[in-house]
Design a protein around this ligand. Structure first.
Ligand code: PEP
Length: 249
């Protein structure tokens, strides 16, 4: 099965009105027709970026969402609010949220459930720490993180979920997993899903994330189970991000 590649830029907590505007201007020069291109600004810039991208094929992702649908939850942002800005994807389970904000597997699963109910597509981030890799726990950890979501929403729901495999040791470190290391884990995750549904396993897009650059993306994208990338640092540079998108074919 041919799965369309997704190249998603996670801008994290970076930018200003001015830099966001020039970044988007730079991105609008690219041909975004061969893969699905996604950008994920911080909440305050969603409106600005949504307007600027309205005539383009580039899609919008949010970096987070509340696990509650509305009400007295000061500081939170709901899925229905995100929909007003034409957001398509929402990152959930990013390692920065798991580690710095203590988001548990069950909490992340509850966000996935709510997003699906609202018709938004979760980008479910999973991945092991360096200590877990060294202890040969990579697959155990990834499977546990995926299983928590399956337990709440079921396997069929993965038809509307994108998975991003992001080894924690590769995020923001400049040390990308090799294409082979990524392929091994992606293939194992797909196999894990296939035990429950072959159809879903063949359909689900599994992105790699962790220090992806234009110099490493072609090799990653050549792997049969790597269906794109979630790009942090390199997505803040329009030319670098466009080069990554080009390498997706
Ligand atoms: C990320 O934050 O999802 C990420 C992969 O970051 P970086 O590309 O900077 O490692």
């Amino acid at each position: 099965m041919i799965r369309q590649k997704i190249v998603a830029g996670n801008w994290k907590m970076n930018g200003s009105k001015e830099t966001v505007s020039s970044l988007v201007e730079g991105l609008l020069k690219m041909d975004a027709s061969n893969s699905e291109v996604v950008v994920s600004p911080s909440f305050p810039y969603l409106s600005q970026v949504s307007d600027a991208l309205s005539a383009s094929a580039i899609q919008l992702a949010a970096q987070n969402v509340s696990d509650q649908s509305k009400g007295a939850f000061t500081g939170e942002v709901s899925a229905s609010m995100l929909k007003e800005f034409a957001v398509k994807y929402v990152l959930v389970g990013h390692s920065e949220r798991r580690s710095l904000y203590a988001e548990s597997d069950a909490f992340i699963a509850s966000k996935v459930k709510l997003l699906l109910e609202e018709g938004l597509s979760p980008m479910l981030c999973i991945g092991e720490t360096l200590a877990e890799r060294e202890a040969e726990q990579t697959l155990v950890v990834c499977q546990r993180q995926v299983q928590a979501v399956i337990d709440l929403v079921g396997i069929e729901a993965f038809g509307n979920i994108v998975i991003a495999y992001e080894p924690v040791w590769a995020i923001g470190t400049g040390l990308s997993a090799s294409a082979e290391q990524a392929q091994d884990v992606h293939s194992a995750i797909r196999q894990f899903l296939a035990e429950l549904s072959q159809t879903v396993a063949e359909k689900v897009q599994i992105l790699y994330g962790g220090s992806v650059k234009a110099s490493s993306s072609s090799a990653l994208f050549a792997m049969p189970d790597v269906d794109g990338a979630l790009v942090g640092g390199a997505s803040l540079d329009a030319d670098e991000f466009i080069a990554i998108v080009k390498s997706a074919g």
